[in-house]
Design a protein around this ligand. Sequence first.
Ligand code: NIG
Ligand code: FE
Length: 410
Amino acid sequence: MKPLLIGPFSQLLPMTGLPLKGALKDEQLPIIENGGIVVSEGKIVAIGIFGDLKSNEVDIHQIEGKTVCLPGFVDSHTHICFAGNRARDYAFRNAGKSYLEIAKAGGGIWDTVTQTRKATQEELVAGIVSRSKTHLRNGLTTIEVKSGYGLSVDEELKMLRAIKLANEKVAATLVPTCLAAHMKPKDWNHQTEYLEEINTTLFPILKSENLAHRIDAFVEESAFSPAEIQPYFQKAKAMGFDITVHADQFTTGGSQVAVDFGAVSADHLEASTEKEIQLLAKSETIATALPGASLGLGCAYTPARRILDAGGALSIASDHNPGSAPMGDLLTQSSILGAFEKLSNTEVLAGITFRAAAALRLSDRGKLETGTWADFVIFPTDNYQDITYYQGQMKPSEVWKKGEPIHQND
Ligand code: NIG
Ligand code: FE
């Protein structure tokens, strides 16, 4: 079969030639007018001006009308494996109830743990597949998915096996992460014993069944302290897992742990001060903003502008979960974060493409260049500025994954 030339696109944004860290101006954004992409076996073999790529050696897939094409979006932090709904928590919060009052009324993360434990593995698979399909239509071609609503060896395994099975059923790539350290499970008296059980029993199974190569923990006063999580992360690192941290959401401390362990990313950071911003900016750890959690909780945004100006790498993710971030619309959320934090279009788009891919240690996506997967999204406009301007309401006209059109709007 001949390689396939796809185009022409009014504007093709390859998201290449941009640094991983620091502020980005829109003048730096490479734009190929009337661009084309040549694909073979799911990967990009050439990219450039459509007319220059035409030859007898390629078949052509003609794109009509005004179009902006850019890499498929990467959501580097979600919790889309869950059962149930926490609308009651949302109403309680908006009625001014405290975290403690909500927990006492049976709400909070533990409520979702209870509901997720009741669900079968098949029900969890169906939920992940359905949410992933919605995300795919919105342009997300790679989606990280955490466990963390099981909080026992068997229940975490049920979640991670469900994520693995769902990955085989959806066109998007799902990247699993073990978040067994999401909160202290209420059915364990000794929390350190719980973490040890996860270390010694669950971690080897994650390896043998190839269920996850990433370990996350919620480092927070209401979850695990830096001291409690240290031996846990030490063992995870020694076994070769990548580390990622729910850090500085309400109180600081988590980002220091993330940097100390050389974590791939530190996520949340709404409470980070100048000290944590400098710490992250000097490190290799990607700072991940989660505007969906700020919108869901009515809290401050991650100081994204200051992180970028300090020289940090900024990913933007949805945190899609039933408690703090039920909306789950990455493009809407990142556009809104851009408006509040004064981010350039290039910084927003970098945060949901190659910088988000780097937060998952993936270099084969998030950019359109020779050798990367042909994962791309097409918007029905000839001006890329429209993408953030419509704050997620302009939907992709097409989404392609590994060189195949997997979604087309009517
Ligand atoms: O990232 N902060 C901790 N975990 C999730 C919330 C999960 C939930 O409320 O169910 C978060 O926001
Ligand atoms: Fe989260």
